[in-house]
Design a protein around this ligand. Structure first.
Ligand code: UD1
Ligand code: CA
Length: 476
């Protein structure tokens, strides 16, 4: 491992603050804005993951509006502290509330916005490097935007930043400025909270604007620097559903590029959806309309055909998933064949080379190596050995209205078509079940289980019936 350079140079620690207390009015949602998903994760998780790459000493999230929901979500990250901002008087006020936890710390605060999830670790590192090189009290991330609408504009004088003006407070000339404030900053802690107290609320919103810190520092003749992001898409903020969709698209395209660079074929990227944590092996082909979600891992040389959705699935190599399958929390070993129209529900396992065909549903079921359930079956709470054949229309009756019961089927067994296996029940190794059976008792190994009434044939019955009903001459 490469040693941590910042540690060796004795640089000051980094503290992360994420602002997530705002109301998010423009989302029109009962769900807090930062918990809306993109790429399979809540917005704020993307921000926290990027922050992790700076190896911060502390991470603080400012919560306010729907604080409980946000704090509950953050429990999966016990290292994250939350600070309540109540009432929410603006972004400057939000940062000031962190004085309770950061007041005695030293070093640099990197301030992120919970609604700006595309910023890359490389950009964060560049921001920090610029901030340190400039010996700045504050460094503002900016971007050149063709359509700066809605963002704060960066006002410069002779190249140096003098202040940031919000869209709604800007003059028509200032609105022409294309350089925007990304809402991401680095601050030196030593002077931060005192300076924040110097920020007023003399603006159209009557809020304490964090960008006004630039003006305060400039007045104090402190160094304020800027770092301009190369790709303005990175700092796109999400305030509305429309922006959520736009940012989600950028995130998807990034994932697609990463996949294709790693040797995965996407037949139609425009209709392919791959969550950020999904892994796919080389030479796997994803057909149009495929969704790979959650922690799904697909091996190499697999084919996932159109319209299939895999959620937290694990596939080995050379697996074929035909069209329109839904696979959830299921492990599929190499060389398996699934679908079309299969439904593999949680806790199922397909062992090496097994096959599940059309209109087959599995739930909490293990299908052993080389076994097949090729047509129209429901297999629930069952364990099936290797090289067993499950006939068309086999149903495990695993539920008695109150509890679920297991079905055990051995290896090299053969379950004839349209059998119902009333659980709990066991079919031994090498056993046969006659087609159309209702099996209520165990079938020993190598036995034949028949659970149906015997067929009776009535000779000449049909011809006699026809003769009896033949119309008489003269009648039609
Ligand atoms: C802010 C900036 C703007 C910048 C833009 C970039 C201000 C005043 N303006 O505008 O210059 O171009 O971001 O995206 O900062 N929040 C709190 N407490 C509050 C208010 C807001 O925690 O009292 C949080 C919000 O939840 C959000 C973030 O701060 O995560 C930004 O607030 P938002 O209202 O979205 O600011 P913008 O109008 O986008
Ligand atoms: Ca915003």
């Amino acid at each position: 491992m490469t040693p941590n350079v910042t540690d060796l140079t004795g640089a000051q620690p980094v503290h992360i603050v994420v602002l997530a207390a705002g109301k998010g009015t423009r989302m029109r949602s009962a769900v807090p804005k930062v918990l809306h998903h993109l790429g399979g994760l809540p917005m704020i998780d993307h921000v926290l993951r990027a922050a992790d790459t700076l190896a911060p000493k502390t991470v603080t999230v400012v919560v306010g509006h729907q604080a409980d929901q946000v704090a509950t979500h953050l429990r999966h990250r016990p290292e994250v502290r939350t600070v309540l901002q109540e009432p929410q008087l603006g972004t400057g006020h939000a940062l000031l509330t962190t004085e309770s936890v950061l007041g005695r710390e030293s070093g640099t605060v990197v301030l992120l916005s919970g609604d700006v999830p595309l910023l890359t670790p490389a950009s964060l590192a560049s921001l920090l490097a610029r901030h340190r090189d400039a010996g700045a009290a504050a460094t503002v991330v900016t971007a050149m935007a063709d359509r700066p609408f809605g963002y704060g504009r960066v006002v410069r004088n002779g190249g140096e930043i003098t202040r940031i003006v919000e869209e709604r407070d800007a003059t028509p000339e200032e609105r022409e400025i294309k350089e925007i404030n990304a809402g991401i900053y680095a601050f030196e802690l030593a002077s931060l909270f005192d300076a924040l107290r110097g920020v007023g609320d003399d603006n159209s919103q009557r809020e304490y604007y964090l960008p006004d810190l630039v003006t305060v520092y400039r007045r104090q003749r402190k160094v304020v620097s800027t770092w301009t992001v190369g790709n303005p898409a990175e700092i796109r903020g999400i305030n509305s559903r429309s922006e959520l969709a736009g940012v989600a698209l950028v995130m998807r395209q990034r994932k697609h590029e990463e996949m294709m660079a790693a040797g995965v074929t996407l037949m139609d990227p425009a209709t392919t959806y791959i969550d950020v944590d999904v892994q796919v092996g080389q030479d796997t082909v994803l057909y149009p309309g495929v969704h790979l979600e959650g922690t799904t891992r697909v091996g190499s040389s697999c084919h996932v055909h159109a319209g299939s959705r895999l959620v937290n699935a694990e596939l080995g190599d050379h697996v074929i998933v035909l069209n329109h399958c839904i696979v959830t929390d299921t492990r599929i070993a190499s060389h398996c064949h699934v679908g079309p129209f299969a439904h593999l529900r949680p806790d199922s396992v397909l062992e090496e080379g097994s096959r599940v065909g059309n209109f087959v549903e599995l739930k909490k079921t293990t299908l052993g190596a080389g076994s097949k359930a090729n047509h129209l079956a429901y297999l629930g709470d069952s364990t099936i050995g290797h090289d067993t054949n499950i006939g068309a229309g086999t149903i495990t009756c695993n539920y008695d209205g109150m509890t679920k019961h297991p079905t055990l089927i051995g290896s090299n067994a053969f379950v004839g078509s349209n059998s119902t296996l009333v659980a709990p029940v066991k079919i031994g190794d090498g056993a046969y079940v006659a087609a159309g059976s209702a099996i209520t008792e165990d079938v020993p190994s190598d036995a034949l289980g028949i659970g149906r009434s015997r067929q009776e044939n009535k000779p000449e019955w049909a011809s006699k019936r026809r003769a009896a009903r033949r119309p008489r001459d003269g009648h039609s």
